[in-house]
Design a protein around this ligand. Structure first.
Ligand code: TRP
Length: 375
């Protein structure tokens, strides 16, 4: 796709330059207002940069969850991962934010790994393959430092005794016609896929089922997952006697090419958590930027950080200090900062982060069972 206004956002496909304001309207979600941010700030003391920068930009019922919390009713967090490949930096953004929410509000986190979904949606994947990706991805989750006492990770195929009963209770209330209109299922779609949304909705009610009481749920996730909540979980919740799950939605971390989100299917434009320093360096050095064709032009006219993946990497993950981020922005705009130098600095930051992450990932190998739910 060329650089146009066209974009697609579904749970299985994200492409083009996403217009997030338009998406809020299309999906019927709500922008995160200053009022909500002020409320969050009350609990967190300093507001997370991803909120300030509107990387987490949209929500449903976040104000309601905060009100419940204020009244002493604790919520739990629910997020997930579709194990279709190795973890890349874009995946870490919502997970790190989830950890911040867990630490701030001191709440439980349920982490679903949809090895079934990726098996069903990808004709070339065996169950064994998605399971292997699942356990590989779990190392990255653990490496981020989640609290094992409050974090419960499960694979759908391995926790099915518990999940299946909740899923069929959900599925019974969703007609095929609804599933078709929410997800675009067609006659050639396999029937596993048409049932799967019930499984992704199930964890929204899992703690409530376990504890036999209604517990509010907050889902941090990229916005492409919204159809599951809008079309399935929130639609059936009242019928099952549960609260509708609330959500907080993020934007997508851009790829290193001109457009689109970071995607594991294009390995040169995504940085994986296991990449060696020289691989990171090569990928960043070859990245598209918002810079001019020549140094002279860059000095005279300045670059365009808004369209630059290198700048966005700082914004999403690698420069959490607002003053420093603004400095990078201004220096680029005014032509003081050249792309080569900016790339060099970013490479250093990424490699520093990855060296530590890879050590923690190694240590995670023998912690897996502390986190996994089994039934
Ligand atoms: N379907 C998601 C994916 O493909 C995985 C997932 C399951 C998820 N449950 C979730 C993501 C809850 C966010 C929140 O990546």
């Amino acid at each position: 796709m060329v650089n146009t206004d066209e974009y697609v956002v579904t749970p299985w496909e994200v492409k083009g330059n996403v217009n997030y304001d338009k998406l809020i309207q299309e999906f019927g979600t709500y922008p995160i207002t200053d009022k909500i941010m002020n409320k969050i700030e009350k609990y967190t003391k300093n507001l997370h940069p991803l909120l300030k920068r509107k990387i987490f930009f949209s929500h449903r019922d976040l104000d309601w969850i905060l009100k419940k919390y204020e009244l002493g009713e604790k919520f739990f967090l629910y997020t997930g991962r579709g194990p279709s490949g190795q973890t890349h930096l874009g995946h870490l953004v919502p997970w790190m934010f989830t950890k911040y929410l867990q630490d701030t509000f001191n709440v439980d986190l349920y982490f679903q790994i949809t090895d079934d979904e990726k098996f069903l949606s990808n004709s070339s994947f065996s169950l064994n393959k998605t399971k292997n990706f699942a356990y590989d991805n779990i190392l990255d989750i653990i490496a981020l430092g989640f609290d094992p006492k409050k974090t419960f990770i499960f694979l759908n195929t391995e926790y099915s005794k518990t999940l299946y009963k909740i899923a069929i209770n959900i599925a019974k209330h969703i007609t095929f016609s609804t599933a078709k209109s929410v997800f675009g299922f067609a006659n050639h779609t396999n029937i596993g896929m048409s049932f799967f949304p019930a499984l992704q909705a199930a964890p929204c009610f899992l703690p409530s089922v376990k504890e036999n009481k209604n517990i509010p749920c907050l889902i941090p996730a990229a916005i492409d997952q919204d159809p599951y909540w809008r079309g399935i979980a929130r639609a059936v919740a009242p019928k099952l006697g549960y609260y509708k799950p609330a959500q907080i939605h993020s934007k997508f971390m851009p790829s290193l090419s001109t457009e689109g989100k970071m995607s594991a299917s294009d390995p040169n434009t995504a940085i994986f958590t296991t990449d060696a320093p020289e691989i990171v360096e090569r990928k960043i050095m070859q990245s598209f930027t918002g810079g001019r064709d020549t140094i002279k032009e860059q000095r005279e006219l300045g670059g365009t950080p808004e369209i630059c993946p290198v700048y966005h990497y700082y914004e999403f993950l690698f420069e959490m200090n607002d003053t420093k981020l603004t400095e990078i922005y201004n220096d680029c705009r005014q032509g003081h900062l050249l792309c080569g130098d900016n790339k060099f600095n970013l490479t250093e930051k990424i490699n520093l982060f990855l060296t530590n992450h890879q050590k923690r990932r190694e240590k995670a190998l023998n912690k897996v069972e502390d986190f996994i739910l089994r039934d």
